[in-house]
Write a protein that binds this ligand. Structure first.
Ligand SMILES: [Fe+2]
Ligand SMILES: [Fe+2]
Length: 306
């Protein structure tokens, strides 16, 4: 089953892609053949939000809803609800398999099952940074929070799960994609939330900043609360990998502390793989599974609360 949202066009596009995937099955290759592709799964440049792709309108609509509804109060409510971690008990690999039913509406590049995206990113990093096993595992798990769209995890709308993230409680920087829709966000005109630093202070550290709610913050919370031994750079990647205004445009840097600045270099490395490994080269899941199972056992308990 593939879970799609509010969109007959997306369903049709997904069906076409499923047919195409069958013809692509013979392209199943192992790790050696990763290369940075020039184009995404649809033959367009990556993160081109203006290209006339099949998903352009879906993506824009996504950001409209996100920018209107992601308020400071909304994020606080979501964090309180999900901090309970009372939705499920399962292991990391189990969650990877669960994620296969999810397609990300906000992403103009990706139209493969999520487990392929996770493994493509992880395997590409593993090839280039063989010693950094924590980074391979970080890549594998960075998107697991997308299970928030599934009924058992609250069935949140896509605008509350995926897409670029941004701080709430301070002014929305112009570098946010489709910035114009923030004008309809109640915080936009709230004087305590619409100044450069808003409710925060300079150098307070990103840990103390509320980010728009989505899969990034949720997975960060799950990893932390379940006592992961991943280094702080791994947790930083998980929480901020969709924070494009920061890592692509250098916005909001005044909120960072020293540790954030050090972790940024790993996020920039990771991001290249997150973006460019979304291609039609499929990873043989069964072949690589034992390696990732061993990393999971090293950095996580066998079962986690979600
Ligand atoms: Fe993500
Ligand atoms: Fe990702």
């Amino acid at each position: 089953m593939t879970i799609c949202f509010e969109s007959p066009e997306l369903a049709a596009a997904t069906l076409r892609e499923e047919k195409k995937m069958q013809t692509d099955a013979d392209k199943l290759v192992s790790n050696e053949e990763f290369a940075v592709p020039e184009n995404n799964a649809f033959g367009k440049s990556f993160r081109d939000y203006e290209a006339d792709g099949e998903r352009k309108d879906i993506v824009e609509q996504h950001y409209k809803l996100s920018h209107i509804n992601q308020t400071y109060d909304f994020v606080k409510r979501m964090r309180d609800e999900y901090k309970k971690l009372d939705k499920a008990e399962m292991g990391i690999w189990e969650c990877c398999e669960l994620l296969n039913d999810v397609v990300d509406d906000s992403d103009p590049d990706l139209d493969e099952p999520q487990i392929q995206h996770l493994l493509q990113s992880a395997e590409a990093i593993r090839k280039d940074y063989p010693e950094e096993d924590w980074l391979h595992l970080t890549a594998l798990i960075h998107d697991l929070g997308k299970i928030l769209v599934l009924p058992k995890f609250g069935e949140l709308p896509q605008w509350a799960v995926v897409g670029d993230t941004f701080p709430v409680g301070c002014a929305f920087d112009d570098s946010n994609v489709h910035h114009k829709y923030f004008k309809e966000n109640p915080d936009f005109n709230n004087p305590s939330h619409n100044t450069k630093n808003g409710v925060y202070s300079e150098g307070c550290g990103l840990d103390n900043v509320l980010m728009s709610w989505g899969h990034d913050d949720y997975m960060y919370m799950v990893a932390k609360e379940n006592g992961t031994t991943l280094p702080s750079a791994g947790l930083f990647i998980i929480r901020y990998h969709s924070f494009y205004p920061l890592h692509k445009y250098g916005a909001y840097t005044q909120l960072m502390n020293k540790e954030d600045k050090e972790n940024m270099k790993w996020l920039k490395i990771f991001n290249k793989y997150d973006l460019y490994s979304k291609s039609k080269v499929l990873v043989d899941v069964e072949e690589v599974k034992p390696y990732y199972e061993s990393l999971i056992a090293k950095y996580f308990p066998a079962k986690l609360n979600w």
